[in-house]
Design a protein around this ligand. Structure first.
Ligand SMILES: [Zn+2]
Ligand SMILES: [Zn+2]
Length: 144
């Protein structure tokens, strides 16, 4: 098996990042916030510890928005709009996610769950792939 790819960036190349450790877990999110920001039925992302993430360039171009109902900050490139990360808004938390397609190659980890399946888009049925399903958030039941 080849080494996992732990570098990545946005579509226009202005933002580049690197992880010091392979992501431990990954999953799909079917929440309506992810549907809006991706323009698709779900988002696939790796959960990471923020302390393993280094922004190599373009830090000043990372823009964050937060849904009025709460949830993680959603960070994207202010030039090309590529979605890159999400981050727990509480200052003492290191919980982050990296959007899978932000990696240059294969980050190694595979999605093992689907969360917010109660909000799945009616036009895209959830595939019968055997992954663990959570009606709401997998990790933080109070946040969407
Ligand atoms: Zn960009
Ligand atoms: Zn989501």
């Amino acid at each position: 098996m080849s080494e996992p790819n732990l570098q990545g960036g946005c579509g226009c190349g202005a933002i580049r990042f690197e992880l010091s450790e392979p992501p431990p877990i990954a999953g799909y999110c079917h929440c309506t916030r992810c549907q809006h920001r991706t323009g698709g039925g779900s988002s696939v992302q790796a959960r990471i510890d923020a302390r393993t993430l280094t922004i190599l360039k373009g830090q000043e171009l990372l823009t964050a928005w937060r849904h009025p109902d709460g949830g993680f900050y959603k960070l994207f490139c202010s030039i090309c709009g590529s979605h890159m990360f999400s981050r727990d808004p509480s200052g003492n938390s290191n919980q982050m996610s990296v959007r899978f397609a932000a990696f240059d190659g294969d980050p190694g980890v595979r999605p093992s769950y689907r969360q917010y399946v109660n909000y799945a888009a009616p036009w895209e049925p959830i595939p019968d792939d055997g992954l663990e399903r959570y009606p709401e958030s997998r990790a933080r039941p109070s946040l969407r």
